[in-house]
Design a protein around this ligand. Structure first.
Ligand code: EPS
Length: 389
């Protein structure tokens, strides 16, 4: 049985994006409408450029699924690029003037070329569609165990959503988020976010922001403190900072924990027998400053992650750069892009986190079929409830 992993392939203006997912157990119901819905959500959001009017992303399953369920073989999904023009030099001409903040300069030197296009086509955030497909497929498995993920835009410019997300209110907030074209469930903050993005558009500038995700329903003990790369927070951090343009990640109270004394940080432990049949086994916490992770393991509280995205590096009013062929000063290259992709980034973060949770779930409860995973999951929770054995 392979451990759960995924790879992607594809360039922004190539024929298609491809996702390969290995290690899914047999029998997981594949919710095509949900996966395509996540792909559609990733295409949206205030501040997107012209490309999203061209594409209608949809995952075509090439392998690994029969009659709507996984069959344990590697799953491949194909997302066609309608704006496919990589082999047409007039449509995708060489770009010699690297954009500060983009992969252009480092990639061109690394691969010994002065044509930044060879790097930028793969570095492009278009590739995140393939990651969303992987994460959304993983969520089909997570749902079988009552694990749900909710992501949204927390801050853009000086506007910050004031909402507190809880297990009790997140579905209501989801409805508010769905009604928001910035993917922010706080209407007051949303207006400020939109204003900031519009101001950048008018100034031919760009915007980043902060996105947040909450994972509900994880049993205690996913991840491990035994190895650095078995720590679930380490994996989630890598997955989040691995998203194009992400520069930071924090969990729960995050960087603020470093400024406070321990008594104002750590979440005191209680027990409520009424909750003993839930995945948190009845252990309670008054606060969730740890963001649901202690010692690199889930502790029964929601996993809370924030990611910081820098502004898009293709500026309508280009920054100073040089021409790689002449080494003379020049403006950075410009081509069609987004003013802000922060709403899309919230969808991407939600789904890459989901994939890491699913990977940890299968490491703990792994089996060749969904039924076997479920039995392992149930046996573990039953044993944990019986403690002390
Ligand atoms: C991107 C540039 C733009 C974005 C793209 C990321 O593409 P284009 O050059 O075709 O206008 O739209 O993002 C997507 C295509 C997407 O689907 O998210 C870049 O340079 O990173």
């Amino acid at each position: 049985m392979a451990s759960l992993m995924y790879r992607t392939a594809g360039e922004s203006h190539g024929k298609a994006l491809i996702t390969l997912v290995e290690g899914m157990p047999a029998g997981v119901p594949v919710d095509q409408a949900f996966i395509d819905g996540e792909l559609r959500r990733r295409q949206g959001g205030y501040g997107r450029g012209g490309r999203q009017k061209i594409e209608t992303d949809r995952a075509e399953f090439l392998t690994g699924v029969r009659l709507g369920r996984t069959i344990a073989s590697p799953v491949t999904m194909l997302i066609p690029n309608k704006d496919s023009r990589l082999d047409d030099l007039s449509a995708t001409p060489p770009l010699h003037r690297p954009r500060p903040g983009h992969a252009d300069l480092a990639g061109s030197v690394k691969w010994l070329t002065t044509d930044c296009r060879e790097t930028l086509e793969r570095a492009s955030a278009r590739e995140t569609a393939a990651r969303v497909a992987a994460g959304a497929l993983a969520r089909c498995l997570l749902r079988e165990f009552g694990i749900e993920v909710f992501g949204f835009v927390r801050a853009v410019g000086q506007a910050t959503a004031g909402v507190e997300v809880t297990e009790a209110n997140w579905r209501t907030l989801l409805v508010a988020r769905e009604a928001s074209d910035v993917y922010c469930p706080d209407p007051a903050a949303e207006a400020g976010m939109r204003d900031f993005i519009l101001a950048q558009k008018e100034a031919k500038d760009t915007a980043g922001g902060i996105v947040e995700a909450h994972v509900f329903g994880c049993p205690i003990g996913l991840g491990s403190c035994m190895t650095w790369d078995g720590r679930l927070d380490s994996r989630i951090a890598a997955a989040v900072v691995g998203i194009q343009a992400f520069k930071g990640v924090e969990f729960g109270l995050g960087f603020e924990t470093a400024r406070r004394p321990g008594s104002k940080v750590h979440d005191e432990i209680g027990f409520d027998p009424a909750g003993k049949d839930t995945p948190s086994l009845g252990f309670t916490r008054g606060t969730n400053n740890a963001g649901g992770l202690e010692g690199g393991m889930t502790n029964g509280r929601p996993v809370v992650v924030r990611g910081a995205m820098k502004p898009i590096s293709t500026l309508g009013k280009p920054l100073k750069s040089i021409d790689l062929n002449t080494k003379q000063p020049s403006e950075a290259g410009w081509e069609r892009s987004d003013v802000s992709a922060i709403s899309a980034a919230s969808v991407v973060m939600e789904n890459v986190i989901a994939f890491e949770i699913a990977r940890a779930l299968l490491e703990k409860f792994g089996g060749d079929s969904l039924g076997e995973v479920r039995r392992n999951y149930d046996n573990y929770l039953a044993a944990a409830r019986r403690l002390p054995l």
